[in-house]
Ligand binder design. Structure first.
Ligand SMILES: Nc1ncnc2c1ncn2[C@@H]1O[C@H](COP(=O)(O)OP(=O)(O)OP(=O)(O)O)[C@@H](O)[C@H]1O
Ligand SMILES: [Mg+2]
Length: 504
């Protein structure tokens, strides 16, 4: 039996009002891919931040390798010097520098005091080739997809140190092919004896690539399991603390759809120059319409054109039979809401409290002359914190102190609080744990049942099959068709997304 790469014992960490880690133990062995699982706010990110020194902690001890001397890192740089590298979901690189410069920031090879560009570029090509990515390292990072940027971050991490690699939700913005490439790389690194800590909310990915699972719940260790010994339903039960069948069908209702009157939204030949090609789309009251397609196929662009976030240059759009305004503020006043996919860029205002973030859209809609009373704000915030099970010390906590998934829930609450007739949800369950994921799907179906129309964008076909009455298929910025009724099966949808069939 070899020595562990990392042994954390009795780690305890408080944040104001929260016990984030309560005497947690964690062990990482060489050559193992170890999943860290738990609900939003369970303490996963905090545990790895304690390990790397990104967060201080109160008690407990960490050992590295066969050392009997406690290891305390004061900064991620220090951890890196000890062979521990982290790649976060939001890539922390400089988009306008070249790939090579990003790989070697702060450690450029020098010759006679000057940066040795040739050497740097040569070694960069080697690093990227070594992880199976064939790109021009002299191009700026920003010309490449998020997936490639993530690979560059990993390339840098493993070139600096090659013992422990921490991946905190690395796959949430990758498509299937890119995930496969990343997993090949993970397996290769495991083969070289590296230990990999993998955090994700995609359960299938855990079963595909991991060897071991450590489950946290409310800051406490639930247990450490071999992957073979923990079937999916037991994993979900360990995470949630109760039996729960996350795959139990949530039934979309057909009876709520009212196609007798005017559609809530009716787009005809609506298009944006250089963006989404002209498309037709009608959504009726009580209907959930999904948009399926690969990343970059134009799903979000359809939503943006309808909402007026991008200004359409062609076609017409009617909202409840009236001409639409083509600007977010008028769309909002006409009863639309758009819950965006990227909470970092467009979503939450980091320094505002949970309460302020929740009421923001409703307040904007009412305008500056109809300010909501504090009591009303609190009532709304309270209701949504309860409804979406938002884990926060209080409604006055700044949103930046919430875990990633809980921030996502606050943004969803913000748009639900406007009581829209037409709600656009772009990847609403990304980064959300299994229990809440099912709750959000159930909520969509319920809202549709009470007459709301929803445009639902998701990379998970299963999730759309459970919630949507009809699906638009997107490919290369074009809406290439729709499927409904008996055609709504994952194999049909997959093949339509991939293309190669007769198009209309
Ligand atoms: N900087 C901070 N200030 C205050 N509280 C924090 C801070 N960071 C995290 N917390 C709290 O600590 C707890 C654990 O958060 P953590 O980010 O570790 O959760 P997580 O398991 O990574 O969740 P997710 O799946 O949503 O990413 C949460 O209750 C969170 O609100
Ligand atoms: Mg996290």
């Amino acid at each position: 039996m070899s020595d562990p790469l990392v042994a954390m014992r009795g780690i305890t960490k408080h944040f104001p009002g929260v016990l984030a880690l309560d005497e947690v133990d964690f062990t990482l062995m060489p050559g193992e891919v170890h999943a860290l699982m738990g609900e939003n706010g369970a303490g996963k990110s905090t545990l790895v931040k304690v390990l790397t020194g990104a967060e201080a902690f109160e008690s407990g001890t960490t050992y590295l390798g066969d050392s009997q001397v406690p290891f305390i890192s004061h900064s991620p740089q220090e951890a890196q010097a000890h062979g521990i590298s982290t790649v976060y979901q939001e890539v922390n690189l400089c988009p306008n520098l070249t790939v090579a410069e990003n790989l070697f920031t702060g450690r450029q090879p020098r010759r006679f005091g000057f940066v040795n560009w040739r050497e740097m570029n040569r070694r960069s090509r080697q690093i990227m080739a070594g992880i199976g990515v064939d790109i021009d390292v002299e191009k700026p990072l920003e010309v490449y997809s998020i997936a490639i940027q993530q690979m560059v971050a990993i390339g840098r991490a493993i070139d600096i140190s090659a013992k422990v690699l921490i991946l905190d939700e690395p796959t949430s913005s990758l498509n299937e092919q890119e995930v496969a490439t990343l997993f090949d790389l993970i397996r290769k690194l495991r083969g070289q004896g590296m230990g990999i800590i993998f955090i994700t909310h995609f359960l299938e990915q855990v079963y595909e690539v991991c060897d071991k699972i450590t489950v946290l719940r409310n800051g406490k260790l639930v247990g450490e399991y071999e992957i073979e010994g923990l079937p999916r339903k037991d994993l979900v039960a360990a995470m949630l603390g109760r039996a729960f069948d996350d795959l139990a069908s949530i039934h979309r209702h057909e009876e709520s759809v009212d196609k007798t009157g005017v559609p809530v939204v009716s787009a005809h030949e609506l298009g944006v120059t250089g963006g989404v090609k002209p498309f037709d789309l009608d959504v009726y009251p009580g209907e959930v319409v999904g948009l399926a397609g690969l990343l970059g196929s134009g799903r979000t662009e359809v939503a943006r054109a309808i909402y007026g976030a991008d200004t359409p240059n062609t076609g017409t759009l009617q909202v409840k039979g009236k001409r639409a305004g083509h600007a977010p503020i008028t769309s909002m006043k006409q009863g639309m809401a758009f819950c965006p996919e990227s909470r970092k860029d467009e979503g939450c205002i980091q320094d505002l409290s949970v309460r302020e973030n929740i009421v923001l859209a409703e307040q904007t809609k009412r305008g500056a002359f109809r300010l909501m009373s504090r009591a009303e704000q609190e009532k709304i915030a309270d209701a949504y914190i309860e409804m979406l099970q938002i884990k926060t010390a209080s409604m006055e906590t700044p949103i930046k102190q919430l875990s990633g998934g809980n921030q996502q829930k606050v943004i969803l609450a913000r748009w639900l609080a406007t009581h829209p007739d037409f709600l656009i949800l772009d990847e609403p369950t990304r980064g959300i744990d299994v229990g809440t994921k099912a709750e959000i799907q159930r909520l969509c179906v319920e809202l549709a049942g009470s007459g709301m129309s929803i445009l639902f964008i998701s990379s998970e076909i299963e999730e759309m099959l459970r919630t949507c009455n009809r699906l638009g298929i997107m490919r290369d910025l074009k809406k290439v068709g729709e499927v409904e009724g008996d055609e709504m099966t994952s194999s049909t949808i997959m093949s339509r997304i991939a293309g190669g069939d007769e198009d209309e």
